[in-house]
Structure formats: structure tokens, C-alpha cells
Design a protein around this ligand. Structure first.
Ligand code: OGA
Ligand code: MN
Length: 365
């Protein structure tokens, strides 16, 4: 073989090699997704980051500077000084807070998500060809009043999402002023509270997607980039059954990290992680129903660790200013009231995904 053709062959081999490496990378996110989605055999979960297990490697707990915030404990949340906050070494900008909700608080948000948020004028995924307008307008009432077992099942599994505030147009992938309703005050306040506690700055919750995941359903890999403000963090609240969440890089060629999201867990996609690929390849039965652990165990001392150090430097609402539906909050501790919601969440996960759409100072789209 001549020197020239050897060189040529080497060149081809090099292209081939780099191409196959490229291909191997290209399917990395998909590979993990398929791996964790598999029904049988049940995948090995040993690489899934578990924030409930203190032997988990690759995660770092960090403390919050909570001198001021402790006084204003938002109903349904544990005091901020007791929150367990983590970062993932390989995923800068991503924050994980291990269930900062009380059982009553979890029940409140789950009830809002199934009973109230899917109501008109909010937008739901239900197809008008498959369901009458009454169902599309007030799905939970119809679901409760439905006596036919099969119809009820059909109504339950069909409900996959509702949007609040600016409604995301899934075809054009845009938000617009024409597709907008009032954002719920309680959820806006919850998001603002987290932003302040985590020192992430002023936050204005303007759009949310509430996702409903019957066990066995998934959410494919994607990035959330339709917002005008791509710097404001994304807040994600998980309730009910357990998920495996994948968080990768800014391209699908990067192998993602997998983590367990359990009821009450909060994920914040801030800074470098804001535009990263993520997915939910699996929703599975939770080992512990922490939302049903009543009466509330006082596992948190009511006094902060060092009361002398307290100073008030940020303006949090006083206890009179909470935007929660107080009647509903009280009802959530009543097992009779809770019973239909308990049934709903027995085989479902709920995720509230909150975004700021407008940049600071921007008044409209
Ligand atoms: C979303 C999303 C993740 C989850 O709604 O955009 O990424 O944990 N949800 O359900
Ligand atoms: Mn998303």
C-alpha cells in the first residue's frame, strides 16, 4: 500500500472513529432515559442519587443564611433553618431541597393541584373530542361525580397537565398576552418564599405547568427555553408518588445524573442548570407516604438554633399576609375531607413547575 493510500485510510478511520464517538455521545441522554424507563427487568437504581441516604456520593449539603426568615414560617412549610439543601457536584446551579413541607402542607398543594388549578379559565390537556365541556371546565368535580368505574379511570389517566398564568402554547412553543390568566396568589407566594430563602433574588411567578403522572408514565427529555427571562430560576415541587429525574447538560450528548424525587422535594434549576436537558423516565410507588403521617410529628424544634443572632433584613410577609386558602388548609388535616385526594395520589405523582416569564422591568410580552 502506498504511503498516500495509508494516509487516506487513516483519515477515513479517524473520521469513522470520531463519528462513532460522536454517535455514542449523541444517544447518551436517550440511553439513560431508556434504561430507567424499562419495565422488565427492573433497572438497577444504585446510581440514582438519593438525598435521603447520607452515604450518597456526589452531593454536598449547604447551609442557608437564615437569620431573618425563620420568624415568618409559611403555613405548610417547615422553618427555613431546618431545611436540608444540597448541590450536586457535577451539576452546578441545581439546588435540591429535601421535603421542606409538613404533611398538611403537602396535602394543601396536592388538593390545589387536583381540585382547583385545573378549573376554567386555566388550560388543561383534555381533548374536546373525547370529553364534554363540563369535564374540561371542572375536571375534578366531574371526576368525583362520575359513578361509572371505567369512565372514571379514563378521566383520571387522561388528565396530564394544566397551565396557570401565561399558558404555554405547545405547538408554537411561545407564551403570549392573549393566552394568559391570573396566576394563583398562593403559588406565587410559595415560589417567592423559596427564592428569598435561597437568596436567589426577586422572583415573579408568571407561568406554571402542573403535571399529573399516573404511575408508569414519563416525561421526555427537554429544555425549558420559551421564557423571555432565561436567568430567573425554575422551581419544581413534587408531590405524591416517587420519580426518577434526569438532569443533564445543555446538549443531549451528555450523560445525565439521575436522582430520586419524593413527595415534598423541591428542585431549583438556577444559573448554569437553567437551560439543561431534563426528563422523568420513571414514576413509581413511594416507599413511605409522608403526606399521610398524621398527626404531625414535631420533628423540628420550634426555636431557631441561635435566637440571639437574629436580625431582619428582608421583607417577608407577616403571618397575616399569607395568600393560602385557610379553610382548605384546615380541611386537609381532616381524613374525611382528604379521602378522595388520598385515593387520587395513591397511584399518581404531581409536579408543579413554576417559571418567571418576563424580565425584571418588562411589563408584557
Ligand atoms: C416540566 C418538567 C419535571 C418534573 O414540567 O417542564 O420538567 O419533575 N417537569 O415533573
Ligand atoms: Mn421542564
Amino acid at each position: 500500500m502506498s504511503t498516500e493510500s495509508t494516509c487516506h485510510l487513516a483519515g477515513i478511520l479517524e473520521i469513522f472513529a470520531s463519528n462513532s464517538i460522536f454517535k455514542q455521545y449523541e444517544i447518551m441522554f436517550k440511553d439513560s432515559f431508556k434504561f430507567y424507563k424499562a419495565k422488565w427487568p427492573i433497572p438497577d437504581f444504585s446510581d440514582v442519587l438519593d438525598f435521603n441516604d447520607n452515604t450518597t456520593k456526589g452531593i454536598v449539603e449547604f447551609g442557608l443564611d437564615v437569620d431573618s426568615i425563620y420568624e415568618a414560617v409559611m403555613p405548610g412549610l417547615k422553618p427555613v433553618y431546618s431545611w436540608k439543601c444540597y448541590e450536586i457536584t457535577d451539576r452546578p446551579g441545581l439546588i435540591f431541597i429535601r421535603n421542606p413541607f409538613t404533611p398538611q402542607g403537602q396535602r394543601y398543594w396536592m388538593t390545589r393541584c387536583v381540585r382547583d388549578y385545573p378549573k376554567r379559565p386555566n388550560v388543561v390537556n383534555l381533548n374536546a373530542k373525547l370529553f364534554p365541556q363540563t369535564v374540561i371546565d371542572d375536571w375534578w368535580s366531574c371526576y368525583q361525580n362520575c359513578s361509572d368505574k371505567d369512565d372514571k379511570r379514563r378521566m383520571k389517566v387522561a388528565m396530564r397537565w394544566t397551565t396557570l398564568g401565561y399558558h404555554h402554547d405547545w405547538d408554537s412553543k411561545h407564551y403570549s398576552e392573549r393566552m394568559k390568566n391570573k396566576f394563583p396568589d398562593d403559588l406565587a407566594q410559595l415560589s417567592e418564599y423559596f427564592s428569598k430563602a435561597l437568596r436567589l433574588g426577586k422572583y415573579s411567578a408568571e407561568a406554571a405547568i402542573v403535571n399529573y403522572y399516573p404511575i408508569g408514565t414519563t416525561l421526555a427529555g427537554h429544555t425549558d427555553h420559551s421564557e423571555s427571562d432565561l436567568e430567573a430560576p425554575l422551581f419544581s415541587f413534587s408531590f405524591g408518588q416517587t420519580a426518577i429525574f434526569l438532569i443533564g447538560g445543555t446538549t443531549k450528548e451528555e450523560k445525565p445524573s439521575a436522582l430520586f424525587l419524593r413527595s415534598g422535594d423541591v428542585v431549583v434549576m438556577a444559573k448554569q442548570s437553567r437551560l439543561c436537558y431534563h426528563a422523568v423516565p420513571r414514576v413509581m410507588k413511594a416507599n413511605i407516604e409522608n403526606w399521610n403521617e398524621f398527626p404531625i410529628k414535631r420533628d423540628v424544634p420550634l426555636e431557631p438554633p441561635n435566637p440571639k443572632k437574629l436580625k431582619c433584613d428582608i421583607d417577608l410577609p407577616t403571618t397575616d399576609d399569607w395568600q393560602l386558602d385557610t379553610k382548605l388548609f384546615e380541611n386537609c388535616a381532616d381524613e374525611n375531607f382528604w379521602s378522595p385526594f388520598r385515593q387520587f395520589v395513591n397511584d399518581s405523582r404531581i409536579n408543579i413547575n413554576v417559571r418567571q416569564v418576563l424580565k425584571e422591568g418588562q411589563e408584557s410580552l
